[in-house]
Design a protein around this ligand. Structure first.
Ligand code: PRX
Length: 661
């Protein structure tokens, strides 16, 4: 530790990686990192071709590495053939890992179930044969709406095995969100469970699928496959619904993988953009898997004896890359966790680390911040009360980690001996982009430090020109990389305009985040989204989606949604609402705010519920009728407006919107 100054971007405490870690790391020391970067800079395609040959098993070797002929629709390893599930399962049986534990499942109630690679292989093969028996085949889309479970991972792997493209929908999304995704993907089947368990509560899944399908329009849908998780009472539709066990139990435990081209879409995952409905981010098979496997080795430095735990849900990209694919592609042992961090108490994470001797722990800053608060309230759940000596590496993902939370994590969870990898990436990037390497990069709290070798990130101005270090700008990636988004499902034009805008020349990937590089070190710090995307507890949401949900309510005339900084969730949702009736106040306002919050939960899902709703007679608008969101952001924060408001049609409204109704 060299300096105590920790004011925001001025943070310059530096933590060197522990010597023992450096000695044994996959990328050991900055020289090794720089050497890989130089290799990529020298022969970009050769670098990626070498890694793809070394890290994946190809059924048919590729001869073309990067095809830019239809840029920005880049193709990687396009004439090569492989199967993702083969690489995650069969390859491990061949490598002597058949008896090794692949998954340790920790249920909500603490019950543990394990699957070896052999068992997981058989489960996936039976599952794949079951899907085939329903006529599901290569190229079909299958929606997965499952709780965290070995079956959830197996469902994804089974789709990959037969070449069906999965689209996992997070179990917290509403019937309407699910229906929209089923329709957009043109899915032929939904794999779900009767119910899910969270914090001791039974939550419905199958009935939400029924509701989604009852909303209509899911014309391609034929099958609903139901995993019996709780045995709760659920209705069955004859001919359409099948129990998973009835479908798979009698199937053979072998299933020849479907060999697919490297560009074959492994999955579509919906995520929020600044405008319109959620975008179906389409990922490839070869390039995606390469990066999932390689980042497990580089960023997480995974070794054969590690027990890896990523606390994300398989409904998010983190759960795809670092639960369903990455750990298995490198023969790791991983925890799949069904529960929540605060049940039965806020010591659950620490207790689980101790129970399973977890060595690599990967979670979100929101979880860390809420556990800091919980430990302040109840010292019994402070991590110091648990044996965390098995830990050797910590990770953070999904949102910026503030230096205070970083320090707490470092001291109290990592006991000052575990490096922290603050991994910056996105649904669209498929895997880590900018992150410290645990055996090389000196760490600075709150900075994701440097890009991984081969990832050509830069900071530019609005004309696409590089800005000097120390000056903030727009984060871009200047060269295509193997695990990048291939297109937006069904909307290639939106792919081009969202990610490769003409203003930046049409060839630079626009991440949608602002960033700044430190003058001396060149380290990156992400300064937040530059578009109308919010990040609440590491979950991504478009302001427009929430506004659309609000105005869909018959009593709402207009709504504007902005993000507000929040100590625990990073950002929270603040909605300014104009009703068709007179502006409510007092108890009436409270009642209607509650009603609207529940309405949004029903329309999108509980994660999209505004934390705060303020009612006004109007919204601040320019004379041309444009809502001035930047003023709303200032009001939401409770700050005084210092900006010029002379272009406002109705400046008096600001006073009314200053405080909650
Ligand atoms: O704003 C960045 C933030 O999360 C966004 C991506 O969200 P999503 O696609 O849901 O993927 C989350 C999991 C990879 C980014 O545009 N973000 C993600 N990781 C970090 C981050 N912001 C700062 N630091 C990070 N480590």
């Amino acid at each position: 530790m060299v300096n105590q100054d920790n004011q925001g971007l001025q943070e310059n405490r530096v933590f060197a990686p522990p010597a023992e870690f450096v000695a044994n790391a996959a990328i050991s020391g900055m020289d090794a990192y720089n050497k890989l970067c130089a290799e990529a800079a020298g022969d970009y395609e050769g670098f990626w071709a070498r890694l793809a040959r070394e890290n994946l098993d190809w059924h048919k070797p590729f001869t073309s590495t990067l095809d830019e002929s239809e840029a920005p629709f880049y193709k990687w390893f396009a004439d090569g053939e492989l199967n993702v599930s083969y690489n995650c399962l069969d390859r491990n049986l061949k490598n002597g890992n058949a008896g090794k534990t692949a998954i340790i499942f920790e249920a909500d109630d603490g019950k543990v179930t394990r699957a070896t690679y052999q068992e997981l292989y058989e489960k996936v093969c039976k599952f794949a044969n079951g899907l085939k028996s329903r006529g599901i085949k290569k190229g079909d889309r299958v929606v997965i709406y499952m709780p965290m479970s070995i079956e959830g991972v197996a469902a994804m792997q089974a789709c990959a095995r037969i070449g069906a493209t999965h689209s996992v929908v997070f179990g917290g999304f509403s019937a309407k969100s699910l229906q929209e995704r089923i329709i957009d993907a043109g899915a032929v089947a939904v794999i779900t469970a009767d119910e899910q368990m969270r914090g001791g509560k039974h939550l419905p899944l199958k009935t939400i699928v029924d509701e989604a399908l009852a909303l209509g329009g899911c014309t391609t849908m034929k099958d609903v496959i139901v995993y019996k998780r709780t045995g709760g009472n659920i209705p069955f539709v004859e001919g359409r619904d099948t129990w998973l066990h009835d479908l798979v139990d009698a199937q053979p435990a072998e299933c020849e993988p479907e060999w697919v081209g490297a560009e074959h879409p492994l999955f579509i995952l919906y995520t929020s953009g600044s405008t319109g409905t959620p975008k179906g981010v389409q990922h490839s098979s070869g390039g995606y898997l390469l990066w999932a496997a390689l980042t497990m080795k580089w960023t997480f430095d995974l070794k054969p004896n590690d027990v890896f735990w990523c606390t994300a849900d398989i409904g998010w990209v983190t759960g795809h890359t670092y639960i369903a694919y990455g750990p298995l592609a490198v023969g790791g042992t991983e925890i799949v966790f069904e529960g929540v961090p605060t049940y039965p108490n806020a010591g659950r994470f620490w207790e689980t680390i101790d129970k399973h001797k977890v060595s690599i722990f990967y979670t979100a800053p929101t979880a860390i911040r809420s556990l800091i608060k919980a430990a302040d309230v109840d010292p019994k759940v402070h991590p110091k009360n648990y044996d965390l000596s098995s830990l050797r590496l910590l990770g953070s993902v999904g949102e910026p980690i503030n230096p205070e939370a970083w320090m707490w994590y470092y001291k109290n969870v990592g006991r000052e001996k575990c490096p922290i990898v603050d991994t910056f990436w996105q649904t669209e990037t498929g895997g880590h982009m900018i992150t410290p390497l645990p055996g090389a990069t000196p760490m600075v709290p709150g900075s994701c430090t440097l890009p991984l070798p081969g990832i050509m990130t830069a900071i530019v101005d609005e004309a696409g020109q590089d800005v000097p270090n120390g000056q903030g700008g727009i984060l871009v990636v200047k060269r295509p990389w193997p695990s990048m988004i291939r297109t937006i499902w069904g909307n290639p034009d939106r792919f081009k305009t969202s990610y490769f805008p003409e203003e930046l020349g049409g060839r630079m990937y626009l991440a949608g985040d602002g960033a700044i590089r430190n003058k001396e070190t060149g380290y990156f710090t992400i300064t937040g989204r530059i578009d109308d995307v919010l990040n609440v507890s590491g979950h991504r949401m478009g302001t427009m989606e929430i506004e659309s949900a609000l105005v869909a309510n018959p009593i709402v005339a207009e709504a504007a949604v902005v993000g507000k900084p929040d100590d625990t969730t990073g950002e929270s949702i603040c909605a300014f609402v104009v009703l068709k009736q007179a502006r409510p106040t007092g108890e009436e306002a409270k009642k209607l705010a509650l009603e609207l919050r529940n309405w949004v939960a029903k329309e999108i899902g509980p994660i999209a519920k505004p934390k705060e709703i303020r009612f006004g007679d109007n919204l601040p608008k320019t004379r041309s009728g444009k809502i001035m969101r930047r003023l709303l952001r200032v009001l939401a924060k409770g700050e005084t407006i210092t900006q010029d408001v002379s272009t406002l049609e109705n400046p008096a409204i600001l006073e009314q919107l200053k405080e909650a109704s």
